[in-house]
Design a protein around this ligand. Structure first.
Ligand code: HEM
Length: 405
């Protein structure tokens, strides 16, 4: 068994969290090159951590033997902030909650792109994602209860559903806690009085204690899910903007769209990855991982593993019907294995619905045509400067906008 390449450095001084946070992609790329290995070690969150950038090591971590050796800390990027669930308790929760995510709960395709002005697509899609989660999880619909919808949206943006005090952030923190308390009051009221939809089903589940349902609802309506959906939809519209070749085969749905969306999540996974802690000495990709080490899989890197994905940086939807056919499980945008995302089917339904709607009804292009599309990757991947686009309805005469498709 070999020693992990790299160096975990000394406590505190050797910590690389800030460097990672500033630019995770350059961080991992430099080290892969330096150590000539897609698995290496570094100090993150002041803990020696194994970085996983290959498909094989990701599969070993999330689906293999190592999975059972780890205490799972990273329940979901969104859940991670608040809950540390492991073992049996997590399995029970998964069983209860999975039944609620069968994916048949989507009818929304209202005409959400109405203006003929250039739109900031990320904001439009974030609003759409917020409408989805509040409608689905809380029965609060923007068109029926605009004030309540607006209030909850604001509270979700600033609330902090944690009880940990953050140093140097006292006033912001108490505002965030106030917001959380107000959200909790709204959620509890819903759980007591609403018998319909998701809320109604959730309160009838055999959950471990009385606060469990409200805690979960708080997580499900957190701003991160709309942001992750907006991230994928923004990347989708960007990848296809000015690319009539990819947009044209509208008749080939749904298979073609499925491949396009796989390629979108491969190149622009909304979350950077997930984290585990080894609870005993283990082996990963042939390397020794000591007890207490962290292990973080970097989806951006795993999805560009040249062993599996040829021309890894190129947008090639056709790879999913060719060389990579049947290899969807090599992606980890929604995690993988027994602790993968329970919302992934729901996301799939929602994304396809939204994308089919866009493709059927609109052409679009960047407006202005030249924009800085450099991505940032934390907390959710998207262009640092949110791009603006013009949408033209297909059943109307083309606008006189100067689209360069
Ligand atoms: C585009 C949207 C989403 C993305 C990209 C996403 C991503 C992920 C990822 C990467 C994981 C695994 C984390 C790990 O390996 O540690 C995960 C787990 C999880 N996700 Fe999501 N998620 C999304 C939406 C949702 C939705 C809509 C829900 C449900 C309301 C949800 C609930 C969960 C839960 C409960 C887990 C933890 C499962 C467990 O630990 O057993 N996610 N998600």
């Amino acid at each position: 068994m070999s020693k992990l390449p790299g160096n975990a450095g000394v406590s505190v001084l050797g910590d690389k969290s800030l460097e990672f946070y500033r630019d995770p992609v350059s961080f991992y790329r430099e080290r892969i090159e330096k150590h000539r290995s897609r698995v290496f070690q570094c100090r993150l969150l002041n803990r020696p951590t194994t970085f996983i950038c290959s498909v094989q090591a990701m599969r070993e971590l999330l689906c293999g033997r190592l999975c059972s050796l780890c205490i799972i800390v990273y329940v979901c990027v969104l859940v991670n902030l608040y809950l540390h669930v492991s073992g049996e308790e997590a399995c029970l929760l998964r069983l209860s909650l999975t039944s609620l995510f069968s994916g048949s709960c989507l009818e929304s395709s209202s005409d959400y792109i109405t203006s003929r002005q250039p739109e900031c697509v990320y904001s439009v899609f974030k609003r759409l994602g917020t409408e989805l989660v509040l409608g689905l999880f809380l029965n609060v619909r923007a068109e029926e209860q605009p004030e309540l919808f607006q209030e909850i949206t604001q509270l979700c943006l600033i609330s902090a559903p944690v009880n940990v005090k953050v140093p140097l952030w006292s006033s912001g923190f108490s505002t965030a806690l106030d917001a959380r308390d107000k959200l909790m009051d709204i959620i509890k009221d819903k759980l007591e009085n609403d018998t319909q939809g998701f809320v109604g089903t959730l309160r009838s589940l055999p959950l471990p204690d009385s606060s469990c349902a409200s805690q979960h609802l708080l997580l499900f309506i957190s701003a991160l899910i709309p942001k992750a959906l907006a991230s994928l939809l923004t990347s989708f519209t960007l990848a296809l903007s000015g690319n009539e070749q990819v947009r044209k085969p509208r008749q080939k749905y749904p298979d073609y769209l499925h491949r396009v969306l796989l390629e979108v999540q491969r190149l622009w996974p909304p979350f950077i990855g997930g984290r585990r802690i080894a609870d005993k000495d283990s082996t990963l990709a042939g390397f020794h991982v000591p007890k207490g080490y962290g292990a973080i899989y970097i989806s951006h890197a795993v999805h560009r593993d040249p062993e599996v994905f040829q021309q890894p940086d190129n947008f090639l939807p056709e790879r999913w019907s060719g060389r990579n056919a049947g290899q969807e499980h090599f992606l980890c945008s929604f995690g993988s294995g027994p602790r993968s995302c329970i919302g992934s089917k729901l996301n799939d339904v929602f994304l396809k619905e939204a994308c089919v709607y866009l493709l059927k009804h609109y052409d679009w292009c960047l407006d202005p045509p030249s924009q800085d599309l450099e991505y940032k990757w934390l907390p959710v991947s998207r262009p640092t400067n949110p791009p603006t686009m013009s949408f033209t309805r297909l059943d109307q005469t083309r606008s006189d906008k100067n689209c360069t498709s």
